[in-house]
Write a new protein. Sequence first.
Length: 381
Amino acid sequence: MDNKKIKILQVTTIDVTIYSFLIPHLQILKNNNYEVDIACRPTKFRKEIENAKFKVFPVSFNRKFYSPSNIKAFFQILKLLKKEKYQIVHTHTPVASFITRIAAKIARIPIVIYTVHGFHFHEFGNPSTNTIYYLLEKFAGQFMNAIITINQEDYKTAKKMFKKKRVFKLPGIGINTRKYQPLEKNSTQAIKRDLNIKTDEKVIGMIAEFNPGKRHIDLINAAKIVIKKYPQTKFILVGIGSLKNHFEKLVKKLNISQNFIFTGFSEDIANLLSIINLFVLPSHREGMPRSILEAMASNKPVIATNIRGCREEVVDGETGLLFPIKNPEALADAIIKILSNPELAKKMGQAGRKRVIENFDEKMVLEKELKIYQELINKKL
């Protein structure tokens, strides 16, 4: 079928997922003559997405699975699918994907694709919760043609769960490695001045939504230990979320607020990464965290938890260090080890950038995704 006639709907629970991660994926589809629309719950980024020339259909998705608004969202997305007659529906994020796959089956959409950005059931999850999420995924999996995974562990799981479906793997969602080039010293000094950081101060960065799964609490508890050895260390926490105010109050209570900078949401990730000495992600659950790849592309060593996705990106001892979840003491030891050995940090940073270029570059990921589309189209349309 001629690509000009193929209409695609990309669906996420909220608009920040589209804006922060998926715009390059939509643009390459549009550049290859697909017509691409978006359905999500608008929060702060609808205008930016529309400025990128994509039509946004608002749907009342709620990230809390049992929210009554998701019943309304089901009928909204079903009406949209029937009206617009899309040939392909591509879903992302758990709630929107569950609801939309069922609606797409009722609307008789020819091709339904689900990209799982990390199954909600995982090795460190509560067994009862894991079982619920597994059964929900197993049920909704009946109503799709293909699933795209972004890490090797989820790929193996999906192959076992969905034996009659097409299962694909992409190496993450892709990183534009050209965007994260190391900056000249004069530029980094200017960025530090803007943040009131002294030239000789050590800087540790973390980019993550402030939610319980990201485990900011472990970095803060590790910071108490690190600051005893390196009192001038600064910790930059980038992101928004429900727990941000809580942690801002906590560091004040612990009398270490002078060591912390909370930037909020930032469009300037590349510049912020350029001034850090190392990057930390102490998450409890991940799929294939983009923030780690951004840091590695910026020539920075990474310390991350030894969990799915993170251990596929970080080569322990080569591009950074892995540590056990919920272990701030081990995190503090890893931070001190890298801060006290600049030569090791430099070597890890260089190895990390090389690894991202060779394995996770955006151009490679997007080309693979286009081939997946074409393969499914050749078979179904």
